[in-house]
Design a protein around this ligand. Structure first.
Ligand code: KG4
Ligand code: ZN
Length: 352
């Protein structure tokens, strides 16, 4: 078997088109990355401090066809080589998702190939197979980005994913973006905070660890209290007329985020006897999260897999990779009239 799968991603502010080659057989599918083209509208949102849905949708419309053409050119393929199309059906911004879903339907109809509407969160997990090969079953996934913070049990990335916990308020990346705004760093806040934290003391300020009390849900997260604590601390320092020690604030905030994420993820792996952890999403690029996860996984005897940063952030390759696993498992295609589903639950890996 050798098939070319095209993946289309437009759930937030990245227009992504990926191409992969699926080979091997159903029991041992091999998925190889051929192209991963992304057009981002992040600069258009920077001055608002967050993604503006209508601006993102319009940018997707403009970028969709050129991004697909670039992906085909990079892979040295033409549209007629594509054997199946996968597209993010949700979760994500309604108007943004619609652009990708409409484009994918058009490609699938024009090429007369199968179409699969798939789950964006499952894509963040499936992408790791492009870098580290087949996923052990089960594995645990920690997804951390601007839009999501989730702990997942993955029995089969194409068909069986269970949410163990998620954030009850802000996503981890959202907390980075909001804290950056409070201390006057640019959007998106993750990279500048990560950089400033390197010069600071992670123990300078004891920021709270959300939802770690004995009565809290063990695998849920909360970051809005942490964000408020940073705001209060900064306000108090300003009232006293003191300069804000930005590196210390960044390092202490970052330590609180990385501590809670890794503590809960390792606890979940232990509780369910799972030996492999995958961390993905934009925040997986965080240097402290990666270091602490490595340390704690090693101590607990858990194999840690983190895709390279380019694959961790939103892209079309992750959707193509997931599509390839769905094709390999011979799962049903999606009907042509399926719609984008902004709140698609992670348990729905493919829409029927
Ligand atoms: O996955 P992503 O590109 O888009 C979605 O939100 O789906 O993630 C973007 C998020 C932003 O909130 C950004 O601040 C955060 O990832 N981020 C980081 C780092 N790089 C990006 N957060 C912490 N440390 C980083 N190095
Ligand atoms: Zn994402």
């Amino acid at each position: 078997m050798s098939k070319i799968i095209m993946g289309v991603e437009t759930s937030c502010d990245e227009t992504g088109v990926g191409l992969v080659r699926l080979s091997g057989d159903a029991s041992e599918p091999r998925v190889e990355l051929l192209a991963d083209e992304v057009a981002s509208s992040v600069e258009l949102h920077a001055r608002y401090g967050g993604v503006v849905p209508e601006v993102a949708s319009r940018a997707h419309l403009e970028a969709m066809a050129p991004t697909a053409r670039r992906a085909l050119a990079t892979a040295g393929l033409s549209l007629s080589d594509v054997d199946a199309v996968a597209v993010t059906a949700g979760p994500g911004l309604a108007g943004a998702l619609l652009v990708g879903v409409a484009a994918a339907k058009a490609y699938a109809v024009a090429l007369d190939v199968p179409l699969y509407g798939v789950n964006h969160l499952a894509g963040h997990v499936a992408v790791d197979t492009l870098e580290h090969g087949p996923l052990p079953r089960p594995c645990l996934a920690l997804l951390v980005s601007g839009g999501h913070t989730q702990l997942l049990r993955v029995d089969d990335v194409a068909s069986k994913i269970t949410e163990l916990g998620s954030t009850v308020d802000d996503a981890a990346g959202e907390a980075y973006d909001k804290v950056a705004r409070i201390i006057g760093l640019p959007y998106p806040g993750g990279p500048p905070i990560d950089k400033a934290a390197k010069e600071g003391d992670p123990e300078a300020i004891a920021f709270p660890r959300g939802m770690t009390g004995p009565r809290d849900a063990p695998f849920d997260f909360s970051f809005s209290g942490l964000k408020t604590a940073v705001a209060r601390w900064v306000e108090a320092a300003e009232r006293r007329g003191e300069a804000i020690p930005v590196p210390d604030v960044c390092a202490s905030f970052q330590e609180a985020v990385a501590d809670v994420l890794t503590m809960k993820a390792v606890a979940a792996a232990r509780e369910f006897g799972i030996g492999t952890m995958v961390i993905s999403g934009g925040v997986a690029a965080n240097s402290r999260l990666a270091a602490l996860a490595r340390e704690r996984c090693e101590a607990a005897g858990i194999e840690l897999r983190v895709p390279r940063p380019r694959l961790c952030t939103d892209n079309g390759a992750m959707i193509a990779a997931l599509g390839a696993h769905v094709v390999a498992a011979d799962l049903p295609t999606s009907p042509l009239d399926f719609s984008a589903t902004p709140a698609l639950p992670v348990s729905t890996v493919t829409v029927r």
